[in-house]
Design a protein around this ligand. Structure first.
Ligand code: FAD
Length: 289
């Protein structure tokens, strides 16, 4: 069942994101995390994609294949296009099809000034993959606007382009203030967009992580959250506890307000994912009954 079909079956879709092991670490260094995450029975697991490495034998494809063929969970392979030629995309999609991976999160990736490109924007990659008629395509959206362009109106125009090109659902950039997300959904509704959107939630368990993230994506930090960060900055266990509780509260509020999905950025940390799932499993079950 691909992710589009999962959205038809569930009122609330719950999924995880993992990233491939960094540098020269072998794929097997993620096995333990995958074992534990798969025990939590998410609806799907997405695998991020980084530039570099062999295009065809990239770790994203290998891990997505493991998720599908060993853990029997639907995988979502991320794919960026900013420095790719059509031929590169053909090779990767052929390999994904061989491995029975049918969901792709089609992204532009961060602009690195590489001139060797066939694609300028994610919508162009989406159209290109859609023509193959073999994949369910998902895209990114930005409740606070994209870092290069904070206009929500332009973000909504871009979402429409992505839908017209073949996107079946969206996963949002992480955010820490649910009210910003609700305002975003309001604008989306007013624009007649009916495509399902999953809220991206990142449990923050150390202060350096949050500083890096906000620098990268520009997510606003609500006062309530910065108080927690400042208070427990030097008490890692207390900060972890509070970060998990904050994410749980965000998720329960979103679920109770009719969110169609939650995508948890696990940072390959099954302990944190497990603690969160324990706290929300009855809520998810009730909504999906
Ligand atoms: P686009 O939709 O192409 O948008 C990029 C910018 O261009 C935006 O400012 C948009 O407004 C503008 N734009 C788009 N179309 C046009 C147009 N026709 N004319 C003018 N302006 C236009 N990065 C990775 O490298 N690997 C990953 O695995 C990864 N996973 C991610 C998962 C999620 C859920 C999210 C939210 C982001 C992820 N990213 C990942 C980061 C992503 O690659 C960056 O945010 C990137 O800068 C934008 O990607 P996009 O697909 O949204 O781009």
């Amino acid at each position: 069942m691909n992710i589009k079909e999962i959205f038809h079956k569930r009122n609330l879709v719950f999924s995880f994101e993992v990233f491939p092991p960094k540098n020269n670490s072998p794929v097997k260094s993620i096995y333990r995390a995958l074992n534990e995450l798969s025990d939590l029975k998410p609806d799907f697991i997405s695998v991020t994609y980084g530039a570099g490495g062999s295009l065809i034998n990239n770790k994203t494809t290998e891990i997505s294949s493991l998720i599908k063929n060993v853990y029997n969970i639907e995988p979502l392979a991320h794919l960026t296009c900013i420095s790719s030629k059509k031929d590169d995309i053909d090779k990767i999609t052929e390999r994904l099809e061989l491995e029975d991976v049918s969901n792709i999160l089609a992204l532009r990736g961060d602009d690195n000034g590489d001139s060797r490109k066939d694609f300028n924007y994610a919508s162009e990659l989406i159209s290109y993959i859609e023509k193959k008629k073999r994949f369910n395509i998902i895209s990114a959206c930005y409740p606070e606007g994209h870092i290069e362009n904070k206009s929500i109106d332009m973000e909504i125009d871009n979402m429409k382009r992505k839908i017209d090109s073949g996107t079946s659902s969206f996963i949002s950039q992480l955010f820490f203030d649910n009210n910003i997300y609700y305002d975003f959904l309001d604008k989306i509704n007013k624009n007649g967009i009916k495509t399902p959107i999953q809220a991206g939630i990142m449990p923050v368990i150390n202060k350096r992580q949050i500083e890096r993230i906000t620098e990268l994506c520009g997510a606003k930090i609500p006062h309530k959250f910065s108080k927690i960060m400042n208070k427990y900055e030097y008490s890692p266990e207390a900060l972890k506890e509070a970060g998990i509780a904050y994410a749980v509260e965000q998720i329960i509020d979103l679920a109770s307000s009719g969110a169609q999905g939650i995508h948890l950025y696990t940072m390959n940390n099954p302990y944190v994912a497990k603690r969160i799932k324990e706290n929300i499993k009855t809520v998810i079950k009730t909504i999906n009954n």
